[in-house]
Structure formats: structure tokens, C-alpha cells
Design a protein around this ligand. Structure first.
Ligand code: BGC
Length: 651
């Protein structure tokens, strides 16, 4: 058993613990919540790949009805952790088997009453969630369990369901609803091991008389299904648990990485891998930036998946890697449509993909002073997304030599991404070179810049390799289009290191104000003020949100000698705010290659412990922006592999 534990109850931690103690199976995510909690505490049962948009609001994945709602009473005393009669409380997550538990002791009119609950989202059955509750008392006690499928759910941009109905059949309470936009039918049912009485509006009562010193056990088997999908049911909690635990055992056998003699690092790494395992897709969808922890970032798929998470799956779970790659191949038509919309050829992938279509808003942030929306250009200008997708396909191919996938859309996708960059580029007649102007690199604080080094090099690399493969797999792409790409890429401008060995992040970056992150932070007039965009505190300075040039070195470690990588690392690190959870791991990876193991290790921990430590931004005004950080988990895994793979070099 590998356990994450917390003693005591702190109301301030409720929302963060929803992320920290998240359980999931790649299809369903269930936030780390207590049974008596509801909408106000952000209970969430998130379903992968089921999107809904309500007019005028952001489209997002849906949170389904909560089958595990339960409020227990001992006599007429409420057993709510927040009540005055709570004596002790303990929460834990066994990450070796994906089992969440709580144990709370109450003092009820002279009796000591204990409530224990455990639950798991079944890793062996994507539609199933199970829970077992055991109550004990040292005096005779009548327990009443108020149970039900709670349809009053937490949603960021809902309500996503219409025609919501509940019913009780034997000991099964069921809630059904239909999504507003696409009419998808969601059904959540919960089967109880006790008799449900007094059913009313989704809720009913189960009663049990427990003798002093004895206990009572209540099991709940819940099933979540979409569009009348058939679900496999269990006879008992124990039967489901055996299957679930077996699936976890196999996963850890395939995926665990051992770090000798470092308990803290090992736990942080195990926890990161745990998060990657609970979001690994079970179907033809991909992974959202906040995994299955909720609706933040609209449940959309970013470059996070290809660049930060894919390496783990490629190494440990190749089937999952293939699914992720196929998601991009299958959404090629949408990427071509997007390119066409902007007047380009090829494929311009969605910055925030929902089934391939861009969910990214034109106005991603709000001015904290005027409350007016701020125009951001992530969707329009963060073109590196297409290079990232192509890079991932090529990595997949390098690893698997899967010719079939390349012939069935893989290579075409790579070449369409290259073609997009070709048509996007500008030919500079004076310098006789192609340039990529008006883009946003990984550092989102500097929008609409020219010749972002990351972007130019990435397109250069994927085009070169794509052309090579097109010569191998003839007839995948038209010969004349390949020829054009070949000529174009030879003239694509690649920013070179300056006399100090530093590659300029984009044209004119060196001319920006040379100030530290702390100075820029000190200039904030409001703690939630946006740093980037047209008038942010970082915009006119060298301060960057996240690894940019440094990220390029991680993807193509042989492109520049170690000495150049070191000079860039030393140059850019002090300017990096790490305002994105994707940043620390990027520095960790470069630190490994340039002989800075201590820096690498602490950046690895910053990445791996992000959801253990909590902190970070949870709210932006009234909007919840928290959730888990799977890209940081993937980055932590890569960093651990790089650091501990070189253990001999540590002193
Ligand atoms: C980062 C992006 C990232 C996105 C989702 C943003 O804050 O700047 O690079 O893709 O979050 O994680």
C-alpha cells in the first residue's frame, strides 16, 4: 500500500483535496470528496469526452449526477465532518490500488460512533464506481443513511442537463438527463445493499439498528453510462474490488519506476504516475489539461498531452499512446478546417481541442480593474500546436516503427502540419528566407511575436523528417507538395545563438526591459492581474511565463551542444516566472543534461508534488480554475527518468 494521508479536517482544504484525492479510471474522474458534500464543496463526477455548451457560455465536459451522496445520522444526530460532535477525522488515498478512504469518529450523546467509507472508480470497468461504508458504535444506536443520486451538481458553465428524472426500482436509485446541446443521454444508477425507503425526489432512507460494539456495512455499486451504453454489473462490492485491484496491480507492474533510497522522491514520482494512470483514456478521446478533475480549461486537450504526457504512455502503456495519437489523426479534418478558416493550407490544430474543434475563447482573461474581457490570441497565433502534434506522431513512429499508422493518416497529418507552416510563413526577399511572423510561443505572456525560436525549430524538424518519410512511403502525399515543403524548409529561418551563446526567444526579445521576476511581481497593482497580453506587467519585459527556448532543447537534445544549452538555461531561468505548471519539469530536464543534478532534483519535486502541495491558483474572480496538473505529472516522470537514469553522476 502506498498512502497519501491527511489527519484532521480543514474546511479551507475541501476544494484542493478534491484534486489531491482524485480517483479515476480514464473515463470517469471522481473528486476526493466526502459523502455528505454537494455542489457547494465542488463534488464532481467528470466524464471524459462528453461536451456540452449552454448558450453564451464556455463549452465544457459535463459533470454527471452524484451517485455517492450520503448523509448519515446516528439517532437524530447528523454525522457531518463539519459538525461540533466530530472527534477525529482522517482521509487517505491508497495510490497503489486507487482507493479513497475516510474515517471519522463522532461523539453522539455519550456514545463513540465511527464512520468509515472507502470507494474506488473501477479500473477494470469504465462505467463503475463502488463504495463501502461501515458504521460502529459503542452503545446501541439506530443509524439512518440518507442516500441518493444528487442531481443538483457543481458545474462551471451549466446547467448541462435537461429532462432530469429520478426513480427508485427495488434498491436502485437512478437519475437520467439529456445534455442541452447534443442531446446525449446520461444515466447514473446506484444499487444499495440495504433497503431504500421513503424515496422522494432522488433521495431515500436506509435504516439499521446496530448493537453496542457491533457494526453495519452498506455497499453501493454505481454505474455511469452515456447514450444507452450497456454496462457490466457486479454481484457484490468484493467482486468488483477484486477486478479493480487486479487491474491496478498490472498497471503498476508495467509502470512503476524505482528510486533507490529516496522516500520523498519515490512518493512524489508514484503520485505523478498515479495521476497519469487515472486519466489514461479508455476510448477514442484524449486527455484534458486538468485530467478528470473537473471542467477547468473546458475539458479540452492542449499540447500538454503530446509534449508532456505522451512520453510516459509511449514507454509504459503503448496502447494508450496509440489512442492519443489516433485522436489527433482522427481530428485532422477539423484542423484543416481551422487552417482554411484563417486563410492557410494544411492543418492548424485547435489550441484547446474538443473533438478537434477549438474551444479556446477570443477573450481568455478578464481585466481585474475594469472587468472587461481581454483579447488573447492563443487560438489564432499559438501555431506551434501543429508542430507539437506532428512531433508526437514522429516520436510514436520512432518508438514503434508502426508503418501502418503512418500509412493510415500518421504521415499525412505530419505533412499537413508542415504545409500549414509553409503557407503561414512569410518570404523575406531581402534576407532570402522564410519567417514565421505574428505567433505566440510557449511563453504566453508575449503575444504576436516574430520568429519564436521554439516554433521555427519545431516546424523545421518535423518538416525535415516528414519529407524524409514521404520519400520512403511514396504515394501518401502528392510529390509536388513534398517538393515544395523540401524547398521551403531549406530556407526557413532558424535563430542562432548570439555571441554569448544565447538564442533569442523571438525577434526583439533582447531589447525588452531587463528586470527580474520579482521586480515585475512587485509592480502588480492587483494580485490576480494578468501578466501578459497587450498591457500586462511582463509584456514589455524579458520576464516569461514558462520554459520556451529551454523546452526546445528537451525535445531535440542533440540540436545544440551542452555548452549552449547551459548558457541558455542560465540566461532564461532568472526570467522565468513558472506561471504554468509545465515549466519546472522543462528546466529539470535541461538541468540534467548540463550537469546540474541539484537543480534538476528540486525542479522535479516542484513538478511532481504540485497536486500534493496544493497551493497554486484555485480561483480567478468567481471562476474556479483549479484542478490536477497532469502535464506536470508527465514532466515529473520524464525528469525522474532523466535524473535517476544518471544516478552514477550524483555526488
Ligand atoms: C499554459 C499552456 C498550457 C495550458 C494548459 C497555460 O497556462 O501557458 O502552455 O498548455 O495552460 O495547461
Amino acid at each position: 500500500m502506498i498512502e497519501i494521508k491527511e489527519n484532521g479536517f480543514n474546511p479551507e482544504s475541501i476544494v484542493q483535496n478534491g484534486n489531491k484525492f482524485l480517483t479515476g479510471n480514464g473515463y470517469i474522474g471522481y473528486r476526493g470528496m466526502l459523502d455528505e458534500f454537494g455542489k457547494a464543496e465542488c463534488v464532481g463526477l467528470n466524464i471524459a469526452g462528453v461536451y456540452d455548451g449552454v448558450q453564451g457560455k464556455w463549452r465544457e465536459t459535463v459533470n454527471a449526477f452524484n451517485p455517492l451522496y450520503m448523509h448519515v445520522f446516528a439517532g437524530d444526530t447528523s454525522l457531518d465532518v463539519r459538525g461540533e460532535n466530530t472527534v477525529s477525522h482522517e482521509t487517505s488515498l491508497d495510490i497503489s490500488r486507487g482507493i479513497f478512504s475516510r474515517k471519522t469518529t463522532y461523539s453522539v450523546r455519550g456514545a463513540t460512533v465511527t464512520l468509515r467509507t472507502e470507494r474506488f472508480v473501477n479500473m477494470a470497468n469504465k462505467n463503475n464506481i463502488c463504495s463501502r461504508t461501515v458504521v460502529t458504535s459503542d452503545k446501541d444506536m439506530l443509524f439512518v443513511f440518507r442516500v441518493g443520486v444528487d442531481t443538483d451538481i457543481w458545474e462551471l458553465n451549466g446547467p448541462h442537463f435537461k429532462d432530469v428524472k429520478t426513480k427508485l426500482t427495488k434498491n436502485v436509485i437512478e437519475a437520467t438527463g439529456v445534455t442541452q446541446e447534443l442531446g446525449r443521454k446520461v444515466r447514473v444508477a446506484c444499487e444499495y445493499s440495504g433497503e431504500v425507503t421513503q424515496f422522494d425526489n432522488g433521495f431515500g432512507l436506509i435504516t439499521a439498528f446496530v448493537k453496542a460494539g457491533e457494526s453495519f456495512m452498506l455497499d453501493r455499486l454505481a454505474y455511469v453510462s452515456v447514450d444507452d451504453e450497456k454496462v457490466i454489473r457486479y454481484e457484490s462490492y468484493d467482486q468488483a474490488l477484486v477486478e479493480h485491484a487486479g487491474a491496478w496491480k498490472k498497471l503498476w507492474r508495467d509502470c512503476r519506476m524505482i528510486i533507490d533510497g529516496d522516500e520523498r522522491g519515490q512518493l512524489a514520482l508514484d503520485y505523478s504516475i498515479y495521476h497519469l494512470l487515472i486519466i489514461a483514456p479508455k476510448g477514442d478521446y484524449s486527455i484534458a489539461a486538468r485530467g478528470l478533475s473537473g471542467q477547468t480549461y473546458k475539458g479540452a486537450v492542449f499540447w500538454d498531452t503530446e509534449i508532456f504526457m505522451l512520453p510516459f504512455y509511449l514507454s509504459a502503456l503503448p496502447d494508450v499512446a496509440e489512442r492519443l495519437i489516433k485522436y489527433r489523426i482522427n481530428t485532422l479534418p477539423a484542423a484543416k478546417e481551422k487552417a482554411k478558416y484563417y486563410g492557410y493550407g494544411g492543418a492548424f490544430y485547435a489550441w484547446e481541442s474538443q473533438d478537434g474543434y477549438d474551444a479556446c475563447s477570443d477573450f481568455n482573461v478578464t481585466d481585474v480593474f475594469t472587468h472587461r474581457p481581454i483579447r488573447t490570441y492563443f487560438k489564432d497565433k499559438q501555431i506551434h500546436i501543429s508542430a507539437d502534434v506532428a512531433y508526437a506522431i514522429l516520436e510514436y513512429y520512432n518508438r514503434t516503427a508502426d508503418d501502418k499508422l503512418m500509412l493510415n493518416g500518421g504521415l499525412e497529418t505530419v505533412l499537413e502540419c508542415a504545409e500549414f507552416a509553409r503557407t503561414y510563413s512569410y518570404y523575406n526577399h531581402i534576407k532570402d528566407r522564410y519567417e514565421l511572423l505574428d505567433v505566440i510561443g510557449p511563453d504566453e505572456y508575449h503575444e504576436r511575436v516574430n520568429n519564436n525560436a521554439y516554433t521555427n525549430y519545431m516546424f523545421y524538424q518535423i518538416t525535415k523528417r516528414g519529407v524524409e518519410l514521404a520519400e520512403k512511403f511514396k504515394n501518401v502525399y502528392s510529390a509536388s507538395a513534398v517538393k515544395k515543403l523540401k524547398e521551403w524548409v531549406e530556407k526557413l529561418y532558424l535563430p542562432q545563438p548570439n555571441a554569448d551563446g544565447v538564442i533569442e526567444q523571438f525577434d526583439g526579445y533582447f531589447g525588452l526591459e531587463d528586470v527580474s521576476v520579482e521586480t515585475v511581481r512587485g509592480r502588480l497593482a492587483h494580485p490576480r492581474e494578468y501578466w501578459g497580453g497587450s498591457g500586462g506587467v511582463a509584456t514589455a519585459t524579458r520576464v516569461i511565463k514558462q520554459a520556451d527556448v529551454i523546452m526546445l532543447f528537451n525535445l531535440y537534445p542533440d540540436l545544440f551542444p551542452t555548452d549552449i544549452q547551459r548558457k541558455n538555461y542560465e540566461f532564461y531561468l532568472p526570467y522565468t516566472e513558472h506561471g504554468s505548471s509545465l515549466s519546472h519539469c522543462a528546466y529539470a530536464l535541461t538541468a540534467c543534461r548540463i550537469g546540474k543534478p541539484d537543480d534538476a532534483y528540486s525542479a522535479f519535486l516542484d513538478s511532481a508534488e504540485i497536486d500534493l502541495r496544493g497551493g497554486g491558483k484555485q480561483w480567478a474572480g468567481d471562476v474556479y480554475i483549479g484542478g490536477t496538473h497532469p502535464a506536470a505529472s508527465g514532466g515529473a516522470w520524464m525528469a525522474a527518468k532523466a535524473i535517476f537514469g544518471k544516478k552514477g553522476e550524483w555526488t
